[in-house]
Every structure is written in C-alpha cells, then in structure tokens.
Design a protein around this ligand. Structure first.
Ligand code: PLP
Length: 339
C-alpha cells in the first residue's frame, strides 16, 4: 500500500482489496456479495463471450482537501447502465442496487482513494455480463453485475494540455441506428483498429463523422465533442453518440458561465468557425483539442497554439474539477459523500 506513488499513477489496473458482485438468477437479483478474488468463473457458452452481452460504466471517487470521499453523479451512471442493459436485452440493475454497490466497494477500498494533493482519483468500473449458456443468438437468463475499483493518476501529467485528432471516413464507431448510445464492449472493439492507426500517426484519437452521411461531427475517440464560438457551447445531436455525463454537466456549467448551449447537428466544415474545441469524458473531464486534421481533404482545423487550452475550456475544466474535489459548493446535488 505505502508503495503506491499517487502522482505517478497511470490509467491502468492496480489491485485493490475488494470487489462487489451480485447475481441475477430466476428473474431476480440476489444479495450483494463482497469478494477478494480478481477472477470470475464463467460457463464457456456464456452470452457475454459469444454475443457481446456486456455493458460497463466508468465513474470516479475523489478525496477532498477535507479528507472526505466524493462520488460524482452516480445516479446518472446507474440510469445509463440501465439504458445499456435495455439496449442489448440484459437484466437491468436497479438504481438502488447500483448505488449501494458503488458506495460499498469504495468504502471497502477507502485506503486506495488517492490523497487530494496528488490530483489522482479512484476509478470505479461497474460491469454487467450475460453468464448463462446459450448457443442460439438469444439473451442469457442469468447475469453477473460486479464493480471493481482502481486508483488512477491525473490525466494531464504535465498540466492541462491540448492534443491533435484526425478525421476518419474509413471507419465508424457505431452505426446510425446501432448501439452507439449504449456503453457496451462491442462499440469499443469496433474502435480499436481506427484508434490504433490514429495513435501510430501521432494523434490522440480518431475524430468520427456520422456513419450515414459522413457530414456531421459524431465523437472524438471514446469522448464527446464540444466546440465554442460566439459565446456558445455547441455539442452534436446524433443517434450514435454515447450520452456523456461529463458533457451533460459541462452544458449546465456553460450556462452558468453565461454561454448559450446548443445541441444540434454540426457539419464538419463548421469547425472552421470554432474558437475552441474539446473532447469530454470522465477520464480527462476535458481534453482540449489542439487541431483536427482531415488528411482526405488536405485540411487542418486549428484551435490552439503551443498546447495552451482556450479560456472557456480552462474555466469549464477548473469549475467541474473544483466541484468534484469539493473545493466549490455542490449546488446541483451532483456529489455523494461516502460516509
Ligand atoms: C464513456 C464514454 C463517454 C464519456 O462519458 P462520461 O459519462 O462523460 O464519462 C463518451 N463517449 C463514449 C463512446 C463513451 O464510452
């Protein structure tokens, strides 16, 4: 334990003491169990292995200056996981069970929540999988819901910084009427090849266009996109974008900062008129975009010079982080304190 170097943690798996598990059998959820095992035992014909019946969530717990542990918007993650379950015909985890499980696993692993000064946090990973055997393509009758946690380092090791993205027309993350709005493993599998190509070309990730017309902005890697112009926060409305809780929160904070908020289709060419742009999600809060290259059209959209994020990105980032760490008042009831 004392060997963890909090401020040099990566975004990787570090073993903690406990995980929590709950089984769905005969049409009902059982008791929440605590486990010290890192492995799970599965039937080889389980639907999660063959037909992708798997959904996950990602949220974080933060230790404040006051030593208290705060969890950000866990009710939203609970609802989104239910939506993912409905989307691929899995048993829904009741909101109360989800909350109880998150609070329990964080409390049990309290000593792994990094200290305030480190800028690190405890990443919480809920997972649900279809566990019973099925050979034909049908949903499972039994499910396992589990949550593990792992301490993760600050996303920006060298301070809040911009990165470049690259437009792709060769790949879609999700189909227009597909499963893009659900947080399920299959969407991530589809993103591995384009993601790898972008990384090898020196980009932080792929900039996806809408899968039907390749005209509108969809997502940036596994993060939502937003742009700023004319004192307006603009984010895509699309049937294949994952509803990011970070984005939802930034829209509220943007309004508080006096910006207008628009959720609509954004044609790629409109990027020319944006003053700032960012990718947002739990991992980074905001990953400000330096530039977006569109090699097919021999075009670059530039938003920042010298790696320096724009003033609105900076304000939104500072404000959300301050709420998460308890430095600013939680006026929206976004925080659950672990007692
Ligand atoms: C998880 C995820 C996001 C970000 O959602 P948050 O709730 O803000 O963490 C965005 N896009 C995709 C594809 C995701 O899986």
């Amino acid at each position: 334990m004392s060997t963890i170097d909090w401020s040099n943690l990566a975004f990787g798996y570090i073993k903690t003491d406990y995980n929590v598990r709950c089984y769905y059998r005969n049409g009902a959820w059982g008791e929440l169990e605590t486990s010290q095992r890192e492995d799970i035992s599965l039937h080889m014909a389980a639907t999660c292995l063959h037909y992708g019946q798997e959904a996950f969530e990602g949220l974080k717990a933060f230790r404040g200056r006051d030593g208290k542990i705060r969890i950000f918007r866990l009710d939203e993650n609970a609802k989104r996981m239910q939506s993912s379950c409905r989307g691929i015909m899995m048993a829904e985890v009741p909101e109360a069970l989800f909350k109880q499980a998150v609070l329990k696993v964080v409390k049990l692993n309290e000593k792994f929540v990094p200290p305030y000064e480190s800028g690190a946090s405890l990443y919480i990973r809920p997972l649900i999988i279809g566990t019973s055997a099925q050979v034909g393509v049908k949903p499972a009758g039994e499910y396992l819901f589990l949550i593990f946690v792992t301490p993760v380092g600050p996303y920006f090791k060298g301070g809040f910084q911009t990165t470049p993205f690259v437009v792709t027309r060769d790949f879609d993350r999700a189909a227009a009427l597909g499963t893009g709005t659900y947080k399920i493993g299959g969407n991530y599998a589809a993103s591995l090849v384009p993601g790898d190509r972008a990384h090898k070309q020196g980009y932080s990730n792929v900039f996806y266009l809408d899968s039907k017309e390749k005209k509108y902005i969809d997502e940036c890697g596994a993060a939502n996109f937003f742009g700023i112009k004319n004192n307006t926060y603009i984010t895509p409305k699309s049937s294949s974008v994952l509803p990011s809780i970070t984005n939802k929160s930034l829209m509220v904070l943007a309004e508080e900062l006096g910006l207008k908020v628009e959720r609509r289709e954004i044609p790629l060419e409109e990027l020319d008129s944006f003053e700032e742009a960012g990718a947002c999600g739990t991992a980074a809060v905001i990953s400000p975009i330096e530039r977006i290259d569109d090699p097919d059209k021999n075009k670059t959209y530039l938003f920042a010079k010298d790696g320096k994020p724009g003033p609105i990105c900076q304000k939104l980032y500072d404000r959300l982080r301050a709420i998460q760490y308890g430095d600013e008042a939680d006026t929206h009831n976004w925080i659950t304190i672990v007692e």
